[in-house]
Every structure is written in C-alpha cells, then in structure tokens.
Design a protein around this ligand. Sequence first.
Ligand code: DOR
Length: 427
Amino acid sequence: MKLLIINGHVVDPSQGIDGLHDILIESGKIASISPKGKLKAPAKAKTIDAAGRFVIPGLVDMHVHLREPGFEHKETISTGTHAAVRGGFTSVCCMPNTSPVNDNAGITEYILKKAAQEGMCGVFPIGAVTKGQMGEELAEFGMMLEEGCVAFSDDGRPVVDSRIMRRALEYSRAFGACIISHSEDPALSLDGVMNEGLVSQSLGLVGIPRQAEETMVYRDVALAELTGGRVHIAHVSTEGSVRIIREAKTRGINVTAETCPHYFSVTEAACEGFNGNAKVNPPLRTEPDIAAIKAGLSDGTLDAIATDHAPHHRNEKQREFDQAPPGISGLETALGLTLALVREGVMDMTDLVEKMALKPSMILGLDRGTLAQGAVADITIVDADVEYDVNIDEFVSKGKNTPFAGWRLKGRAVATIVKGKVHEWEK
Ligand code: DOR
C-alpha cells in the first residue's frame, strides 16, 4: 500500500526540515521525503493533500496511564490508544501503576500482547522501579527490558527510600535505561489535596507545598550526580523545580524533564468550587509557576511535554474533592493547549515537535519522532487554525475528567497515521 502526502508544511527537527515537502509511504515506512513537487508519484498511491496543514512526526506521549490490567472501568488499552490517536499521538508510554503492577516481564508481555491485538498506536510500557511499587525491593529491570519496557518508574508514588533510588539509578545505568522520578516527599504532601496557598486556605482544604516536589527533584538530581545514572523528572509543576533542573543541566548532570499542558494552562484557581476535575498530583500551581514553566520550555530546561493522561471514572471524580482520585484525562486536549504556546511565542512548531515527539523518543530510545527515510511511518497532520469547544461527551477516552471542558481550543490533529495506516477526521 502506497500513500502520498503532498503540499504539507513539514516540520521535522530530526532532519532540520521546516517547509513544504511531500512524503511517500510504502509498507508502513517513510520511502522518501522531498521538497514539494520533487517526488515522483508512483501509480496507484492514495494521496492526501495536506495544503495549509502541518505534517509532523507522530506525537509520542512519554507519560500515560492506560489502566489495564486492573482498572478497566477507567480506561483500557483499546480506549486509551484510540484517544491517543484522536489527539494526534502515534505512540504512548504507559505507566506501571496497574493492578497487578507492571513489575515483571509477565505483565509487560500481557500489555504488549493486548496492545498488538487491540491497540490503535504504538504502546511502550514503563516498568516499575520496585516490586509492587512498594518502594522496598528493586524489580527485575533486565527481564522487563528484554520483554519491551523502555524505562522504569514508580509513578503515582515516589521512591521514598534514597538508598533504593540510588540503587535503581546504578542498576538502570548498566542497561542504559532511565529512571522516571515521580518527585514527591510524602512527609510533606501528606494529606494534601491541592496546592498549598490562598486558594487551599479559602476552600478549607489541606495543601501540598511546592517543596514536597522540589526537595525530591533536588534529591534525584543529586543521586543522578552520585551514580552517573540517568534521571527523568516527571510532571514538573513548580518554578523551583525548573530552577533546580536548569542548574543541574548547567553542571552536566544526566537529567531530563517533562511538564504537562495543565501545568502551563491553568492555576490552582481551577479547583475553586471544589472542582474535582482540577485535582491532580502534583497539584496545579500559580501564575509565577506557569511563567517559569514557559521559560523552562523556551530555554530547553524542560525537554518534553507529556500528558500524564490519568483517566478516572466519573463516579470517582464526583466524590468530595478530598476523596476524589487525582488525575486529568489529557490525550485529547494536549495538542490544542500546546499550540497556544506556539501562538504566544513561547515556542515555535519545531520546538513543539521536539518536545512532543523527538525528545521523548530520544530519552526513551524509541525509533520514533522522525520522518527520515526508512523510519516507521508515524505521522500527524495538524490543522493549526481550526477552532472547537472541548466537549467531554466527544472524548474517545473513558476518562472525562478534565478542567478544560467547555474551553475553546485552536488547532488539532486532522489525521493521525500509525505505521502507514491513516485515521482521518476532517477533510
Ligand atoms: O494525578 C495523578 N494521577 N498523578 C499521578 O502521579 C498518578 C496519576 C494516576 O495514576 O491517576
């Protein structure tokens, strides 16, 4: 099957491309990519005219919760990957906080088999750092890597014991894999349910100080320095975390970091009215944090934008604010929210592709994030001008939990191509 994408504005930082190019796809791979009008069109190729659209490497989300096995009422590998494709993602990396936890090769194998049968896009599992994510005993990294895991994290929980984190960084270093840090000191976050500040006070809710995140970011950077291991800081939400990571990078420490669209789009004020859909961990912060995160994205301190897609059932989210589980369903709003930063001048399209496709692939060693000849034909076609209201009833994800319901966004994927297979929504 041959597919030709013509007239599109191709942005591919892996090859320094930013201009009108045509792409030929054959047997699920990029057969060639050339400046507009230079490609010899083969007979019998399906053609997509991408005039007026961006054509970019398929987005790679390095932080999602697919919930399967164990929490299929929140999401499944099928629904989560369908939502990913609708959002413009061609690959997702799924966190291990399932039930059972993905802490051994058997669970990894199960996830990958299910993904092969029912998945709509690439699925790359992230294995647990510790058995059962209990923080006590390291999991079998080697076996999980052999089965297909791409990194390790106890995400959802921190690795509290610094000695275990040290060992994890040493152990993973031997394999060249990174440890993804859910940076949270539970002694400081304790019973907190939102950012500690004026809003938590006015709502009478227990707050989580920013230092609960920052002390652990600092610890993990220090342990990366000690061990020479590679640490990736997940879901950065505070100005202080950005500062610590920036300084660590200046000193040559092996650290990378991601933030999520909700941390640069909304503040703690979204929790007002006890809005459980704005409850997330780490919590939404303040305007100065948003400014610092944007600066961190601009100067490269923050390497990646991931969704931390954390779908929960409507009934769970409708409980009292302090009882509702934290998390935001992010796959279907991430691209629109990030395109707002492009319009604002925080970043350009090349940066967007870098942070949402190329860097995540590089950090995790995935053969994705590029439109180079011979690469897997994972491509996202973006209409950056289309405006639409976020309608949770139209979400493909089972998780309708978003603080962005009713928001007007501009820009979305109009076609997502996974291994040469086209999923199109608007002509
Ligand atoms: O808000 C969150 N939800 N943060 C996490 O770290 C875990 C996630 C979840 O699994 O629901």
